[in-house]
Write a protein that binds this ligand. Structure first.
Ligand SMILES: *Cc1c(COP(=O)(O)O)cnc(C)c1O
Ligand SMILES: [Zn+2]
Length: 398
């Protein structure tokens, strides 16, 4: 692995704290089965040097775990627009003028998953495997398929039957992935199927699932870009939570900037889940030390229809460490926010992303987020990902 990964980087268990030397298929702690985290001990990162490069994931190369000289498999992911809202403030839908949308729908395949995939597929390519494999609610498969194509690797995606938005399946097909449908919801069924085939038939495929800690290293660049573009650290960052990798990754990004002395404060992280698909909100509210899973998660936001988030403990830590919180929103609030963003700001997002505005409105009504607070909403995916939801809910316009 140290041919690909920078020397000195270790993987650390988020539960027991034991550290390990990176190995190609080491993702979970062999002792306690919790996810591992990439630990970067030092960096020679320098804003001035970085800013001479284009705004994208690889601008922050010195903060990424990939060794110098390793050629990345890249589609210029990242560098997404950070858009300050205007009309929603004029109309007093939100009470602070300082609300920003980080529009991740502008990534090459239309979601933030590309930021992680560039790292994951770069590793896969240099490991010399035959292909990559993922279980996904959709966007991970679209992204994996595109990056595998770029790398000249095969791609197999496991999808929950009937549970994936059409735009996402279309992308996986277009980029030439082999699609295998699995009965049941995203969670255990899918992960278990994947574990089985990886032990046998797909032993030469590199798994890029949510427990793969290297993907999160790419996703943490959302935090870097927010600071880079704003020039300051926002008060709150609101992130939709499914498998809970992204919120953990963004928090890790802020923490690294802080620990290496590049920023002098940290934001509060707010994780949003959909009402009937909210295992982390439940777990957090109950103060439980174990995940309280949701057996049959239901929501129109298919990207976060997950009842047993793989990275639940990482996300819980992010919320506690950042003195943030979890919140739920309803499907109606999601649709309403999707319309508000589209009609007043011109920003088209998929339902999961609209949870962030719905959550902000709720937090403002409760008086938690105040009228001058700086808030970044992470709009994770593009509206075109899920055209059926739009047409179904707005058909009076056809
Ligand atoms: C994957 C995804 C999420 C959830 O991210 P996690 O890292 O699984 O919590 C949210 N929105 C969109 C559009 C996604 O594709
Ligand atoms: Zn452990």
């Amino acid at each position: 692995m140290y041919r690909i990964i920078k020397p000195g980087i270790v993987l650390k268990c988020i539960k027991c704290g034991k550290t390990y030397t990176p190995a190609p298929r080491l993702f979970l702690c062999p002792k306690c089965n919790h996810p591992l985290e990439v630990v970067l001990e030092n960096t020679d990162f320098d804003w001035n040097k970085a800013r001479r490069r284009r705004l994208c994931v690889w601008r922050y190369r010195e903060l990424l775990p990939i060794r110098e000289g390793i050629d990345p498999v890249s589609l210029n992911e990242g560098g997404t627009p950070l858009i300050k809202i205007s009309n929603l403030y004029e109309k007093r839908v939100v009470e602070s003028p300082n609300i920003y949308i980080k529009f991740e729908g502008a990534n090459p395949t239309g979601s933030f998953k590309d930021r992680g995939m560039t790292i994951g597929v770069t590793i896969a390519k240099h490991l010399g495997v035959e292909g990559v494999v993922v279980a996904s609610t959709g966007n991970t498969s679209a992204s994996a398929a595109a990056y595998a194509a770029r790398a000249g690797l095969k791609c197999i995606v496991f999808l929950p039957k009937g549970g994936v938005a059409r735009g996402k399946i279309a992308q996986a097909l277009l980029h030439g992935a082999e699609i295998r449908e699995v009965d049941g919801s995203f969670d255990k069924a899918l992960e278990e199927v994947l574990m089985d085939v990886l032990r046998g038939e797909l032993a030469n495929y590199y798994p890029l699932n949510s427990y793969n800690p290297w993907r999160l290293e790419g996703q943490k660049t959302i935090a870097f870009e927010i600071v880079d573009e704003l020039g300051f650290v926002p008060d709150y960052v609101i992130v939709p939570v499914g498998n809970a990798g992204n919120i953990s990754a963004i928090w890790k990004g802020f923490k690294e900037l802080y620990e290496f002395g590049f920023i002098d404060k940290l934001p509060h992280m707010i994780g949003v889940q959909s009402e009937n698909s909210a295992p982390l909100v439940k777990t957090w509210l109950s103060g439980s030390n174990d995940l309280i899973p949701v057996k049959e998660p239901k929501t129109i936001a298919s990207a976060i229809r997950i009842g047993r988030p793989v990275n639940w403990l990482k996300a819980l830590k992010a919320i506690i460490e950042s003195k943030g919180f979890f919140e739920t929103v309803s499907d109606d609030e999601i649709i309403n926010s999707m319309k508000l963003l589209a009609r007043y700001e011109g920003i088209g997002v998929e339902p999961a992303s609209a949870t962030t505005l719905a959550c902000l409105i709720k937090c403002m009504n409760k008086g938690i987020v105040k009228k001058d607070d700086n808030v970044v909403l992470v709009a994770t995916g593009h509206a075109l990902k899920d055209p059926d939801i739009i047409i179904k809910n707005l058909e009076s316009y056809l």
